[in-house]
Design a protein around this ligand. Sequence first.
Ligand SMILES: [Fe+2]
Length: 204
Amino acid sequence: MSLSRRTFLTGFSGLTLCSIASSASARVTPRQSLGPFYPQKLPVDSDADLTSVDDKNGQATGQVTRLSGRVTDQSGVPIKNAQVEIWQCDAFGAYHHPRDGGGVDPFFQGYGRTTTDDDGNYLFKTIKPVAYSGRAPHIHMKVIDGLRELVTQIYVRGEPANKGDFLLNAIRNKQSRQSLEIAFEASTDLTESELVARFDPVLG
Ligand SMILES: [Fe+2]
């Protein structure tokens, strides 16, 4: 299922000014490892809605989350037409990857991609990440703008497991580390069960 343009724009109304103000001297988003579960082969349905799969009649298990943000360079200039990809394990802690058993939830897409609009904005519908063996909950992200590529991981702000996550804590600078920890909050603009989360990647 595709996210409509209307839904896309609604998701960003009111956020643009805030983004411009906060990105004047932005810190480059720290890089994180690609990990072992980047898709070997992209799923047939690889759109920006990870909570349903085209040929399957059901909804993904998990806390539905609208993950949005704006891709900019260090000067705060939005990067349009950047490709943004995310991948994460399903609500049962399994990646939809052969090396991780192929996943448990048949209604979770596991991977999605989209392209930033003219203002650098992107939007995904996915689930709040859950922990799996040895890792704090996280969402993997790759942003490609021509020859520039950022691979990183997004964590849940306030999640106790973050303190023990070896990859997150490999980032020694506290502000850089915290820039990967984002809030997952209830939104009054959306249905009550959905969360919103915002992550603004800064390409160096
Ligand atoms: Fe992972």
